[in-house]
Design a protein around this ligand. Structure first.
Ligand SMILES: Nc1nc2c(ncn2[C@@H]2O[C@H](COP(=O)(O)OP(=O)(O)OP(=O)(O)O)[C@@H](O)[C@H]2O)c(=O)[nH]1
Ligand SMILES: [Mg+2]
Length: 485
């Protein structure tokens, strides 16, 4: 196990690494990055221009990269002298022309002069090891690069700025104080003294448990922001699911027809509602399938429902009977999935006279009044809606309900959100250990056991910010980065 902290002196690695920092492919410019003790010397050894080793940090120089007599490219070199760089090592960034040939030649030349190819995430790993970033901030760098919506970019940026770790760091320090007082009690075991006031300790643990609990709860929203929300549109054949998908996307994406069983395979499209990405999945209508292909389609629908966070259940309000509707709702309701009831084809009901509707519904068991049906369904108002997918009526209201079903607590902007499964697991383990500490205080267990449980909580809290790390953990985190970051 390694212990890292921000007081570590910069360790300007003798091993200088190099990688392309911009995407592969042709473009106006590409940036090749060198980091390590010899970064500037290596760049200078293939440089025609001012002596780079004699230039100040944070300066940019025009020159040529040369391999002997051969000029490879006309470039700009940006210098960052340790510790004032991203990695806190000497860093040179070469902005060259983005041709695959030039990039490869320059990188090969640097390797010939003593650098080696960087592994994925190795620049950020060095930034972490040199105390530039803590672990959750390093992970935020990866999230920032992967962010694909305004909300996910904001959450990653907040984490990068340290919003998440500062809060945990403070809690951890308070707990460290108590742990040391209890350690002290162990030294005076014979004398039966209590340095750590048990009531104060209990208050602190309660406070930390509350915050840890809130962070754990924030994961649902944090995860939705980072990874999007799986939202499945399901219902009986011909209910208007594909028409609804098209209306939501405002695009003729799925085939619509009056023939039941039109959609065979699932269709997925992303819809951004107020900064959150919803992955909408149109599915094959659920019924006793009439052929093998349709059967596979229905099976796939059921699979998609079980993998989703949100189920938009669509029914044809003019056709379905109360009995069918109740049985659908009952069979589709699963723990962990939020269900939204959508009565479709309301345009047809509006053109019918209430008298005709009444006599028809009495005879057939169909729904007479959707509003009344919803009121008696027991589902809250924000989970039910009447629309016309074809006429695009109440589509914006439906979007609003989709959003609020997934995002139960409104985004406040400065709330700290957990988006990372590794953090979630560490927080859950912290919570378990804290509960053991509380039980220990109440059960008046001895100081040495109490001390052990507190240390465990400290350990898991430390795992999040990287105060406590293992090599496996680092390997696992940084290998997911792209090369050059
Ligand atoms: N009047 C009216 N017709 C609608 C509405 N929504 C859908 N339809 C019609 O209902 C029929 C079936 O629509 P689809 O969107 O293909 O239904 P689906 O649920 O995807 O059906 P499957 O893919 O077969 O399961 C089509 O003829 C649509 O034009 C609506 O709001 N009002
Ligand atoms: Mg369809």
């Amino acid at each position: 196990m390694n212990t890292h902290n921000s007081q570590l002196t910069t360790h300007n690695s003798e091993d200088t690494i190099v990688a392309l920092a911009t995407p592969n492919g042709i473009g106006a410019i590409a940036v090749i990055r060198l980091s390590g003790l010899d970064a500037i010397a290596i760049a200078n050894s293939v440089w025609k221009g001012k002596d780079l080793t004699k230039q100040a940090s944070h300066t940019i120089h025009f020159g040529h990269i040369v391999d002997g007599d051969l000029v490879l490219d006309e470039v700009l070199a940006s210098l960052f002298v340790a510790p004032k760089s991203y990695t806190r090592e000497n860093v040179v960034e070469i902005s060259c022309h983005a041709s695959g040939y030039i990039i490869e030649s320059i990188i090969k030349l640097f390797i010939k002069k003593g650098a080696r190819s960087a592994k994925p995430g190795e620049f950020t790993l060095r930034a972490f090891l040199n105390g530039q970033l803590d672990l959750s901030q390093a992970e935020a760098v990866a999230d920032l690069i992967a962010s694909n919506s305004k909300a996910s970019q904001q959450v990653a940026l907040q984490q990068l700025r340290g919003g998440f770790s500062t809060q945990l760091q403070l809690l951890r320090e308070q707990l460290v104080n108590f742990a040391s007082l209890i350690e002290l009690e162990l030294d005076f075991a014979e004398e039966d003294v209590e340095f750590a006031n048990r009531d104060q300790l209990k208050n602190l643990i309660h406070e930390i448990t509350k915050i840890v609990g809130r962070l754990i709860q924030s994961f649902e929203l944090g995860n939705a922001i980072k990874n999007g929300v799986n939202t499945v549109i399901a219902g009986r054949p011909n209910a208007g699911k594909s028409t609804l998908l098209n209306a939501l996307l405002n695009e003729e994406r799925a085939i619509v027809s009056h023939i039941p069983g039109t959609t065979r395979d699932t269709i997925e499209e992303v819809l951004n509602i107020q900064g959150i990405n919803f992955r909408l999945i149109d599915t094959a209508g659920i019924r006793e399938a009439t052929d093998a292909i349709e059967q596979i389609g229905v099976q796939r629908t059921m699979e998609k429902i079980s993998q989703s966070a949100l189920l938009v259940y669509v029914f044809d309000a003019t056709e379905i009977t109360i009995e069918e509707l109740n049985s659908d709702i009952e069979s589709l309701q699963k723990p962990g999935i939020t269900m939204l009831l959508v009565a479709n084809k309301m345009d047809l009901l509006e053109s019918e006279s209430p008298e005709d509707r009444k006599s028809e519904s009495l005879a057939s068991g169909k729904i007479q009044n959707i509003g009344d049906f919803f009121r008696t369904s027991g589902l809250p108002d924000f989970r039910t809606i009447s629309i016309s997918a074809k006429e695009k009526q109440h589509i914006d209201e439906l979007k609003q309900k989709i959003y609020s079903s997934a995002i139960k607590d409104q985004l406040s902007g400065d709330e700290t959100l957990v988006t990372n499964i590794r953090h979630l697991e560490a927080l859950q383990k912290t919570e378990e250990a804290l509960i053991r500490v509380l039980g220990g205080i109440d059960g008046s267990i001895t100081s040495d056991f109490l001390s052990m449980d507190i240390k465990q909580s400290l350990h898991y809290l430390g795992e999040i910010t990287g105060v406590v790390t293992t090599d496996d953990l680092l390997e696992n985190i940084f290998s997911k980065f792209c090369i050059g970051k």
